[in-house]
Unconditional design. Structure first.
Lengths: 124, 124
DNA sequence: CGGAATCCGATACGATACTG
DNA sequence: CAGTATCGTATCGGATTCCG
């Protein structure tokens, strides 16, 4: 078994982690997965993120082909909706699994309130 | 459904990605999972990593409780072996799943040689 | 063998003000 | 509404040298 291929650029696990590298990208992906898919909505739901950084992270996800911008052609108030691309959809399941792992990883750290939210998010 | 809890520190998906944040941490975890578990071994298998950075990343994984240092009490040539902790073991399956995702994510990007290596790694 | 210490440059992140 | 533009800070990764 050779690991010489596992440099930072070509290792598969790093392929994943570099795709979602960035303090907010994972959250943003998760939000978009759940239709929190507009700039102002994300600003509301993500505390303490600046406009600049939000823009940067979204652009990063876009240039990695995980999301795309749907800019509606209305005049006055600009409307932009973000969606997962086909590539991004392939991440959905993995993202969900990571959240499930987070819930069982350190059970005492999960506040009850959060458990309820997550249960209602994923149960159906 | 509320997402107000999904700040960078408490979001579960970010809990994961911050644990393994760092250019080499994912690879190092994977190597240790597969018993490439000594400083010099890792230096060989990870191209272009410096001693300093390797040390830092290992210390990071250690202080996050994912690995522990087993420093053998031999005299002259120091021997240190890294192992997964119980906490780290809980990541093993997820790490493997991410690698599998990587293999199917962009099939044309996977060189045949790599496929064989991965097949033999995981088949049994 | 397995580090520690120092220095340095490149990003990444953040606060703020302005705009089509 | 959904961004730019500018500036400042901090953290990270890398090269090198020295050590028990």
């Amino acid at each position: 078994m050779s690991f010489s291929h596992f440099d930072a650029e070509h290792c598969f696990i790093n392929k994943f982690t570099t795709l979602i590298a960035g303090k907010w990208k994972p959250i943003l992906l998760y939000l978009i997965q759940n239709d929190i898919n507009r700039f102002s909505l994300m600003m509301e739901h993500v505390p303490n993120i600046s406009r600049k950084v939000l823009t940067e992270q979204l652009r990063g996800l876009e240039s990695d082909g995980l999301i795309y911008r749907d800019e509606l052609k209305s005049k006055a108030p600009k409307v932009v909706i973000y969606h997962l691309t086909e590539k991004g959809e392939k991440l959905r399941q993995l993202v969900d699994e990571i959240i499930r792992w987070g819930m069982t990883y350190d059970k005492e750290e999960v506040p009850d309130e959060m458990k309820k939210i997550l249960d209602s998010d994923f149960a159906q």
